[in-house]
Design a protein around this ligand. Structure first.
Ligand code: GUN
Length: 291
């Protein structure tokens, strides 16, 4: 029987721990604050940011939200970041990506104070992660790592395949999996759009992390029996539903769940964990800034 990995349940545990930390910090006179910045009119980005604000409210983190007009010059976004960098009540800053084409993403990420960079995307924090000395682990790979740990999935010596090489998921995920740590020590292969024979790479994988952003392109026939399958994809595809779309992962759940030993659903798998780890990073930032 395939085990369904319940991201909602593990995320609820993380949120509960975070809420305890918020209380401890409050007793010490620190009220953790997370600022989200949105420079986009993409409905999915708007939804993600409002969910993050709702999560803050649930655990007692002060949520601050700033909208920047999508047509504003890049300087307006930089000025917003500078202001948030200087605010003592803001411990974490998240600029929702993607930003519009006329804004250089790297410049945005470099502008955020690395001690408030709860995404872990600033080059200083990327470097620290690669060096095995992470300040903030990026939320999605960190969430995947927590899911694997919660379900006692052995990474030590396992063959892991990460499908996707994004800065947000694929690269940091592979880095975490190869690190010398109880949640690492996996022999890790990174596949991407130029990989010539993905099925051959997946055939021996004990752990598959699918993060390519292509709807349902990994199916059961490509997987090793008993593999742990972590589906990071959240793709909106047209469907005859009230909203006109449905969410599907990068993995064809139906066929994959017949082969996999354990699998994350979409929604309800990695998504809630990404959001929970953002809260975790925010209290971590607040605690560090206090010390
Ligand atoms: N857009 C998609 N995923 C993310 C994320 O983890 N952080 C930010 N800032 N933007 C995103």
């Amino acid at each position: 029987m395939t085990e369904v990995i319940d991201g909602e349940a593990v995320a609820a545990d993380v949120r509960s721990d975070v809420a305890d930390c918020v209380e401890t910090l409050a007793d010490a006179g620190v009220d953790p604050g997370l600022a989200t910045v949105l420079m986009s009119d993409d409905p999915a980005s708007e939804t993600y940011v409002s969910m993050k604000q709702r999560d803050c409210e649930e655990v007692g983190i002060e949520g601050i939200h700033v909208d920047v007009d999508v047509d504003a010059p890049a300087e307006t976004l930089f000025d917003t970041i500078d202001e948030l960098n200087g605010r003592e009540d803001v411990h974490g800053i998240l600029v929702q990506l993607p930003v519009p084409d006329h804004v250089d993403t790297r410049s945005v990420l470099r502008r955020i104070d690395p001690t408030k960079d709860v995404d872990g995307f600033h080059p200083e924090n990327v470097g620290r992660l690669v060096a095995g000395d992470a300040r903030f682990k990026p939320c999605t790979p960190h969430g995947v790592q927590q899911l694997l740990a919660a379900y006692d999935v052995e990474t030590e010596g396992a063959d892991a395949v990460v499908v996707g090489r994004s800065d947000i998921v694929g690269k940091p995920m592979a880095n975490l999996l190869i690190q010398k740590s109880p949640t690492g020590n996996a022999t890790t292969t990174v596949c991407h759009s130029r990989t010539t024979d993905l099925a051959a790479k997946l055939a021996d994988a004990d752990i598959v992390v699918a993060a390519a952003g292509i709807p349902e392109f990994i199916d059961g026939s490509m997987l090793k029996a008993g593999a742990t399958v972590i589906d990071v994809g959240i793709n909106r595809v047209e469907a005859d539903t009230e909203k006109g779309y449905e969410l599907v992962g990068d993995v064809d759940y139906e066929s994959a769940s017949e082969v996999a030993g354990a699998i994350t659903p979409v929604p309800g798998g990695v998504g809630p964990m990404t959001r929970a780890m953002l809260l975790y990073n925010t209290v971590k930032a607040a605690a560090h800034q206090r010390d």
